[in-house]
Design a protein around this ligand. Structure first.
Ligand SMILES: *[C@@H]1O[C@H](CO)[C@@H](O)[C@H](O)[C@H]1NC(C)=O
Ligand SMILES: *[C@@H]1O[C@H](CO)[C@@H](O)[C@H](O)[C@H]1NC(C)=O
Ligand SMILES: *[C@@H]1O[C@H](CO)[C@@H](O)[C@H](O)[C@H]1NC(C)=O
Ligand SMILES: *[C@@H]1O[C@H](CO)[C@@H](O)[C@H](O)[C@H]1NC(C)=O
Length: 267
């Protein structure tokens, strides 16, 4: 008993040090700005060329809508991303059971070969999510809610901007429409330039929208620095088309994610 009493001041001192150290480590790496990256499959997958850049996930065709890619963590004063905050980061599928259908529909990994999205969720969680102060389920849930709140498809449609293989919209018109829900200077439109006759003839296809978000992942904020756009003045908003006959096929040998067994494995 006497021995443990003597050890007490020492332990307190050690505890204080640990506390101070972990506090300064956390303070140095706390993101104060998030970027929500949404992708438009029509432009992202190159639907004019049968969606050749994408493979339909093993979990089925995602929603015909803007889809989540990531919610990135940034330090607004330096403008640098804050990533990989914990080397012991683990991604668990169990806490996401109530969100899994929405994840399949709105947060797929469209890259080839076909896959169930898990690797991308793990990557996004351990690269960015784990740097926020949010739990895994809150991080993924809020990201999905932000996508819904951004309401990009419906907003564009209500301004007469509808997916069409031949119409070209002015970037200005697209920006005006999105400002109505996202606020001004809170987002950037992203494009991919695809040449028909290099370097003379090309189209800029809308591939996604990047939106500035508060650090608690609840609201759109005006960006501290203007986000660059790589779109020209005229933009194509291509209809969604996945490879079915001419493009790359869904890989029939890939295993779909079966939740009960995947969860058993992780339990
Ligand atoms: C980040 O990952 C570590 C290790 O798994 C965990 O202890 C910590 O709680 C995570 N942080 C957040 C915000 O979830
Ligand atoms: C996601 O957030 C909404 C709004 O706060 C809440 O109603 C819902 O229960 C949450 N879902 C999960 C799985 O946590
Ligand atoms: C998306 O899927 C592709 C193909 O399965 C894989 O190579 C890639 O690593 C995945 N993306 C992420 C971020 O995990
Ligand atoms: C999305 O936008 C449409 C068109 O402006 C509007 O009717 C609808 O209520 C909006 N939905 C949400 C969830 O904000």
């Amino acid at each position: 008993m006497a021995g443990s009493n003597e050890a007490l001041p020492g332990l307190c001192f050690l505890g204080l040090l640990l506390c101070l150290c972990s506090y300064s480590a956390a303070a140095a790496s706390t993101p104060d700005l998030l970027y929500l990256n949404l992708l438009w499959p029509g432009g992202y997958c190159h639907s004019v060329n049968l969606g050749e850049d994408c493979c339909i996930p093993t979990t089925g065709e995602p929603a015909a809508d803007f889809l989540v890619q990531s919610l990135e963590t940034y330090d607004s004063s330096s403008g640098n991303p804050i990533t990989n905050c914990n080397s012991h980061c683990r991604f668990l599928i169990n806490p996401l059971v109530d969100l899994i259908e929405d994840m399949f529909a709105y947060w797929p990994n469209l890259s080839c070969p076909s896959n169930n999205g898990m690797d991308q969720w793990r990557y996004v969680w351990c690269t960015y999510g784990n740097c926020t102060s949010l739990s895994e389920v809150v991080y993924f849930n809020r990201t999905l809610l932000l996508r819904e709140q951004a309401n990009i498809s419906a907003t564009l449609n209500s301004y007469g901007i509808v997916p069409d293989a031949s119409i070209t919209y002015s970037l200005e018109k697209i920006v005006k429409a999105l400002e109505s829900t996202l606020g001004s200077s809170s987002f950037a439109v992203e494009c991919k330039r695809r040449y028909t006759v290099w370097p003379l003839l090309y189209d800029d296809y809308l591939t996604g929208i990047r939106v500035c978000v508060s650090s608690d992942a609840t609201t759109f904020v005006s960006c501290p620095t203007v986000l660059p756009t790589n779109c020209g003045n005229n933009v194509k908003f291509a209809p969604i088309l996945y490879a079915s006959s001419g493009g790359r096929q869904r890989d029939p040998t890939a295993n779909p994610l079966r939740l009960p067994s995947a969860m058993d494995m992780l339990l």
